[in-house]
Write a protein that binds this ligand. Structure first.
Ligand SMILES: [Zn+2]
Length: 75
């Protein structure tokens, strides 16, 4: 009965974290590189990184960082 079940495609079209950084008016290409670098750096906790970004005026939810770290984005 359950043979045809397949996991829903969970691949987001965009990386929400990178998208949020891009939305900031002062963002440079270097910032986009840096956010990916920080997310790929295990020294950054997802909550800690989300908080640090919020202080810079970029609202990246920690779940977006977790999604990126789980490879559930196009990065
Ligand atoms: Zn990503």
């Amino acid at each position: 009965m359950l043979e045809d079940l397949t996991p829903a495609a969970d691949q987001a079209q965009t990386c929400k974290a990178v998208q949020r950084v891009r939305e900031h008016p002062d963002t440079t290409e270097r910032d986009v590189e840096l956010i990916v670098e920080y997310m790929n750096n295990p020294a950054w906790g997802h909550y800690q990184l989300s908080y640090a970004l919020r202080k810079k005026g970029i609202d990246v939810h920690k779940d977006s960082i977790i999604r990126h770290r789980q490879g559930r984005c196009p990065c």
